[in-house]
Ligand binder design. Structure first.
Ligand code: GDP
Ligand code: MG
Length: 742
């Protein structure tokens, strides 16, 4: 047997799916988390100790079966074409009106439907009661109150489903008791003549002028149109779609709701409306969001947690939890490298082997590993924001702000997901129905600083901006958002003209974040991070170490000597980065190599810097390994960055091509190698230009570097010329006279 779970976005489909199948699909308190269908297996144990295997399919959330969004098309096609044995319609009982709207449409299908009245725990908390028996009578199908989250009644639900799936069911509609009954009944007769499946559903969709339906059977559509003409009076065209939608809501609010829901006095549940009066306030919304964001960075990065030092109260203030935890890990790293070095020495290992393990592997891996507490704190904050429901409000606030720039807000949700990781964020663009908008959003996602990039900021920023690390990192995130907005405006003026799309953002009710779901998300993150560190990072640091100690003839040279492969390579491509300023430092090839390894994984920027700057040197006369500095300390000791070059380097890494995994995701979402190359070029060029502007404007205060300026203006000129030439060519297309370019 195969059951399909459908329901509104955020109604708990994935939670139920996970609880039934034991999967770990991503759950989030905002719409648009599931964009694809997922399958899993549920085992129902019978009383006689036999068990039955049932395939469960989780579909993306939908509000109706009309083809307005890609999700709705996917869900409708699945139900129609794949003939599941039963539909589990999951209904968020805290939002009955909106959720039952879909139910009235599902009931029109010739399929058994069972309504799972989800989040019943919240209804109880609220002090209300929903009479599921009366609801079942009104709808004509079984209704089971459940709590997907707390696994309440889930087994009972499945028993009911298995039992009910065995009897075939005819579709039904409440329309037969409304003013539209005559038209509906006649349409149904016409459809019956054609002997198609789901006659009730098709009859209603044909009346509604549904675009998919009209294409299906031309003869039938024509006869329904004639039927509608018969009923038209006074030449006033009658909008069936709007009328039927209205009748659905009337049916729910007048006939169902009053009889099934009883409200009692509110018993201390979270009052979303009151909270929203402040958090989504026209004026205060944005400052509150920014303040909250700053607070997060303050907790993670501040070395002056209570602001005592900033106000000159006492010399050494308290460090924030993030910094404190990190310093413990650094102590541990010191000990580990020292002991391993000693161990190798005592064992009489070859000097190069010792170098590779201690200077290479251990240093590289540890320099990233020490950021674990800060990464976990970041993800803890993100999941708290998401689980409580505040993240949707951020999308709402940004949507309001972005409208001024002519941008639509639906893209905001995938972009915000980019703060965690670009990969799921890019997959999230599938919810955007407009292809152009989808492409544009995908291009902008990497500008939202992901968790891996945070490791880079956490390494560099404290070396130059000691006590203001939290504020500077906050600014880096804001820079990413601002660059994304500016790029969007420019892109819409040139490449993606004419994007328009409507946006309905549902604000879920606020909930207390749940320990279980947060712990689970953190655990997933921890696993992901450790996997990256032990695979990509470990391998890349070893490679970097070897390249640093071998010359072109593959013979060992002393560490970082002029003839090592990395230095030769770095120096060859250095000219590209000269206008960006960070090549000013001695041994700047190390930074260039770091940027390049960042393509493997963004954390690798740090591990590479760790290996290259911390190296004591294989072949040093005394081979006592005293490698005990952290990567941050090594950067300070080598005076790698000035404030300005640090910012330029950071901005470049913020905006440049994301890691390979993200590029591969972009490739599969764009479905075109050519487009992917263009997008990669876009990322590189944007990073270069912004970093150039930052550095040049910054250094203007001291001196104007004329040659660099001319060189860079020349390059920017060429780029702009290419963009506009491309645009002009498009304007000249012979055209099908349909698109705006014609
Ligand atoms: P989907 O969009 O329909 O797949 O919904 P999700 O499964 O992602 O769940 C949306 C949100 O509702 C998540 O924050 C869940 O933890 C929460 N949720 C789901 N089921 C229940 C429930 O029975 N009770 C409560 N209190 N929360 C739930
Ligand atoms: Mg889902």
């Amino acid at each position: 047997m195969r059951f399909v779970i459908t329901g509104n976005p955020n109604s708990g489909k994935t939670t139920l799916f996970n609880s039934l199948t034991g999967s770990n699909a991503k759950v989030g308190n905002w719409p648009g988390v599931t964009v694809d269908k997922k399958e899993g297996v549920y085992k129902l144990k019978n009383n006689d100790k036999t068990s039955e295997k049932i395939t469960i399919v989780d579909l993306p959330g939908i509000y109706s079966l009309s083809p307005y969004t890609p999700e709705e098309v996917i869900a409708r096609q699945f139900i129609m074409d794949e003939k599941p044995d039963l539909i589990i319609n999951i209904v968020d009982s805290t939002n009955l009106e909106r959720n039952l709207y879909l139910t009235t449409q599902l009931l029109e299908m010739d399929l058994p439907v069972v309504v799972a009245l989800n989040m019943i725990d919240l209804i109880e908390q609220e002090g209300s009661i929903i009479d599921s028996e009366i609801l079942a009578q009104k709808l004509g199908v079984p209704v089971v109150p459940v709590s997907a989250l707390k696994s309440g009644n889930v087994k009972l639900l499945m028993r009911k489903c298995v039992e009910y799936a065995k009897t075939p069911r005819q579709g039904s509609s409440f329309l037969s008791n409304t003013d539209l009954a005559p038209q509906y009944k006649k349409a149904l007769q016409l459809v019956h003549k054609h002997q198609i499946k789901h006659p009730v559903f098709h009859a209603i969709k044909l009346l509604e002028n549904d675009s998919i339906e009209l294409m299906h059977d031309v003869a039938l559509s024509a006869s329904i149109q004639n039927l509608k003409l018969e009923y038209e009076t006074n030449k006033k065209t009658f909008d069936y779609e709007a009328e039927i939608a209205d009748l659905r809501y009337k049916f729910i609010t007048n006939e169902i709701k009053p009889t099934v829901v009883q409200r009692f006095k509110n018993s201390g549940a979270v009052n979303s409306e009151k909270i929203d009066r402040i958090l989504t306030h026209r004026i205060w919304g944005l400052p509150v969001f920014l303040a909250l964001m700053f607070l997060i960075f303050h907790i993670i990065f501040s070395r002056d947690f209570l602001f005592l030092e900033s106000f000159g109260i006492i010399q050494s203030g308290l460090e924030s939890p993030g910094v404190l935890l990190k310093s413990y890990l650094e102590d541990f790293q010191e000990l580990a490298t020292k002991q391993t070095g000693l161990f190798f020495e005592n064992a009489g290992a070859a000097t190069w082997a010792k170098g590779a393990i201690v200077d290479g592997l251990l240093t590289g891996v540890c320099s990233v590993l020490t950021f674990l507490p800060q990464i976990l704190l970041l993800f803890l904050s993100l999941s708290l924001l998401e689980d409580s429901g505040y993240m949707s409000r951020i999308a709402f606030i940004l949507d309001r702000a972005l409208k001024r720039f002519g941008l639509s807000g639906k893209a905001v949700i995938p972009m915000l997901m980019g703060f965690g990781c670009s990969i799921p964020a890019m997959m999230g663009t599938r919810t955007l129905e407009n292809l152009q908008e989808k492409r544009m959003t995908l291009m902008l996602i990497p500008f939202f600083s992901c968790g891996a990039k945070m490791v880079i900021w956490a390494t560099i920023v404290p070396t130059v901006f000691k006590y203001h690390a939290d504020f500077v990192i906050f600014c880096i995130y804001i820079t990413g958002i601002v660059v994304a907005i500016i790029s969007a405006v420019l892109l819409k003026k040139t490449v993606f003209r004419g994007i328009k799309s409507d946006f309905i953002l549902e604000l879920p009710t606020y909930r207390y974040p749940r320990l279980k779901s947060i712990a689970f998300q953190l655990w997933e993150k921890l696993k992901g991070f450790l996997t990256t560190v032990t695979t990509v990072i470990a391998a890349s640091t070893l490679i970097i170490w070897f390249l640093q100690n071998f010359d072109q003839n593959l013979s060992l040279v002393s560490t970082n000597s002029d003839s090592c492969i990395l230095k030769i390579f770095g120096d060859t491509v250095k000219w590209i980065f000269v206008p960006l300023g960070f090549t000013e430092t001695p041994d700047s090839w190390k930074l260039i190599v770091a940027i390049l390894t960042g393509l493997l994984a963004k954390e690798a920027v740090v591990s590479t810097m760790g290996v290259l700057y911390q190296a004591q040197g294989y072949g040093a006369e005394d081979d006592t390994y005293s490698n005990e500095e952290s990567v941050t300390a090594a950067l300070v000791a080598n005076s790698v960055f000035s404030p300005l070059t640090a910012i330029s380097f950071i901005v470049f890494n913020l905006l440049v091509i994301p890691c390979f995994a993200a590029v591969a995701t972009a490739r599969s979402e764009l479905q075109s190698a050519k487009l992917t190359c263009l997008v990669i070029a876009f990322w590189f060029v944007t990073a270069w230009i912004v970093s150039f502007l930052v550095y040049q404007l910054g250094s203007w205060l001291t001196e104007i570097n004329l040659i660099n300026l001319i060189a860079a203006l020349f390059i920017i000129g060429i780029i702009l010329f290419t963009i506009f030439r491309h645009k002009n060519r498009k304007n000249k297309c012979a055209g099908c006279n349909k698109c705006h370019n014609y």
